[in-house]
Design a protein around this ligand. Sequence first.
Ligand code: PGA
Length: 250
Amino acid sequence: MARRLMIAGNWKMHKTVAESVELARGVKQGLKRSDLDVLVAPTFCALEAVARELAGSPVLLGAQNIFWEDQGAYTGEISGPMLKAAGASHVIVGHSERRQYFGETEKTVNLRLQAALRAGLTPILCVGETQAQREADATQGVLESQLAGALAGFTPEQAERLIVAYEPVWAIGTGLTASREQAAQAHALIRSWLAARFNKALAEAAIILYGGSVKPANAAGLLGQDEVDGALVGGASLTAEDFLGIIEAA
Ligand code: PGA
């Protein structure tokens, strides 16, 4: 089955509102391809301004996190309906930086995914092993338990609405990338887990992105793998030139 590629840029905690709008404009103006999905994920405070800049363009807008309640006395949190109203269609959930620095657990990832679906947002669920886990030959177990925890209680109808990003923690922001074979192997593993837990059709249709030091120079090799349906890009999404370079190479 032909799956549509997606190239997504996670701007993390970079760029002011004005800088975000400028970067979004650069991506929009330089985008020549319509055969794949392109998404940018600015900080919360830039979402609405970037949505305005991207109006009428095919570039999709995502948020970087979501709280699991829809509203209430939760100082500092941002809900699904708020993200939706700001113009987002997608949201990253369970990024390793959230797991590492902000106490994200399987349970909170699960709650955030549910909140995203409730709000009509497409979640991009991030999973991935650390260097130590890979060296201990624990990659498969780690990925499977992250998926099982994140998707606990999910029906196939819910699960088919999400995108998965395989992001080996040791490759994020380090300049190291998984080899093509390592990426293809992890993606295949995620796909077979989805087939076993839900069904084969869902697994075959699932979009599974690779993330971890994707650059214009290595994008073609990674994205040339049948199992790899696109990229979630951090550092190299911070300039229009590099991000467009990855899109061109895809
Ligand atoms: P990186 O980040 O491209 O800077 O390694 C990837 C990610 O965290 O999604």
